[in-house]
Design a protein around this ligand. Sequence first.
Ligand code: ZN
Length: 131
Amino acid sequence: MEKNYSLMSVGTFKGDLAEKGRVMAGTELGLTGCEVSLNCTPAGRFTPFVHTHKLNEEVYIVISGNGKFMVDDDEFAIQEGSVIRVAPAGKRAIKAEEEDLTYICIQSQAGSLTQATNDDGVISDAKASWM
Ligand code: ZN
């Protein structure tokens, strides 16, 4: 029977991911509804281009560090705990400031979510070993 999950690890965010820079998880996990990248931009570095998307919105979730984010005419500070949604047409760029900036970016087709947890989740009779 095919398993109902896939599992991967990028190692530690501050050690292993910092060496790799970026890991795209979609192919390895077999994602079918979104793409996920795990990123660590070294202090003072930045993605050397501004980009938009044709169809996908993105959510950036900052895990650690600090930086700056640009969307269209706005630039603002980001740090651990910042969560930014960018619409497909938003012209975006990201920069690490004094600390390495570790963040997760999730992209999915804008408008494709037709339901969410409260409507989609179903409580199961199954029990985990710790229950
Ligand atoms: Zn993007």
